[in-house]
Write a protein that binds this ligand. Sequence first.
Ligand code: V1D
Ligand code: CA
Length: 418
Amino acid sequence: MSGKRKVSYFYDPDIGQFYYGQGHPMKPHRVAMAHSLVLQYGLHTQMEMFRPRRAEAEDMHQFHTEDYVSFLRTVTPDNVGAHQAALREYNMYEDCPVFSGLWEYCRISAGGSIAAAAQLNAGASDIAINWAGGLHHAKKFEASGFCYVNDIVLAILELLKYHSRVLYVDIDVHHGDGVEEAFLTTDRVMTLSFHKFGDGFFPGTGDVVNVGHGQGKYYALNVPLRDGITDETYQALFRPILAKVMEVYRPEAVVLQCGSDSLAGDRLGVFNLSSAGHAACVEYVRSLGVPLLLLGGGGYKIVNVSRCWAKETGVALGLDLPEALPPTEYYEYYAPAYQLTVPAKSEGFPNKNTPEHLQALQEQATRGSSRSDGDGNWMMDGGLQGEHSWRDEALAHARPQMGMRPAPHAADVDVDAS
Ligand code: V1D
Ligand code: CA
């Protein structure tokens, strides 16, 4: 499906102020930089711009425990001394420090994703974007990998109010473990993560044999990759796997986590994607013509993150943005090239994904075992012909709670771009 889409964009102007601390790779400022490019490219004139309502504790309780949310709300850099045991319990040190404004940061990230999902539920947009979201590692009762509140899980729960089946796709270089774990035992959400796996790379989960449990068995898909994957080889996996998942699972909405630490040159990432290759994933998912929620995620070279997400905002709108970056308050950061596209590395970065490894992954994804014999093979197409086919089971267990479409979120303020 090609053509124009109605796009809604969710942004809180305070997001760029938050600071994880000296030496910490996660910099929320990158979202403000991306927004600046979005405005200077004039993309705000082509889409609806929202300053979303910030999430409340009650919104977060849809997934997170009351004790954990209450701690997030209470703890500040000034009172951490009195909470040492809780900091350990909730994994809030090193990767997940307590910083000034942490609670507001969580409210902004989660509020944007929930509002974006509600916009899709209302049928008011084809694509909704929240670059401050995508925090895929947060768990029900603990922080993990720079993530405190799992805005993705909250947004998917919102989508499930009006959609029978939701597909979650994760192109961050890290495994989308928090989202996978949240929906591990249900067939109403299929999770599909592409990520680096092995050599102790964080978080260490997401092997190909991990496929879900109980009702959710075979509804978690993992594509574990090695260092140096290129645009071409990534697309050669991404497209056929997505095509097969769409054919078999037939989701009514798709959530795409666009972590840009899968780009070449990332401070933590180990892949060799250009932003053209990264954006090709967005373009492909957009072409499927299903309501689409685009979220941020990782990304630790901030000039690359902002360029990537600006380009992908253009992709959502069906626009190929000019290569010459427009002037913004951050223009000098983009020296010396001042260009939109983040290039792949042309040398010194071998692709360790051998043709045999890639072939095996694609086989497992698209022509995997047809038997539910629990041996860890993915059931993709063979099972569909059987009496107890994967698709039949999926549909039998889907318990849609479809209702009237809600009115667009009344509390969201439609803002101008200034
Ligand atoms: F380099 C650092 C400097 C300061 C603080 C943390 C880090 C750092 C780098 N890599 N932390 C990591 C990863 N943590 C570990 C720990 C070793 N421990 C036993 C755990 O390797 C965490 C990487 C998180 C990646 C987050 C993400 O990109 O996936 C993301 N996606 O959406 C939001 C974040
Ligand atoms: Ca991933």
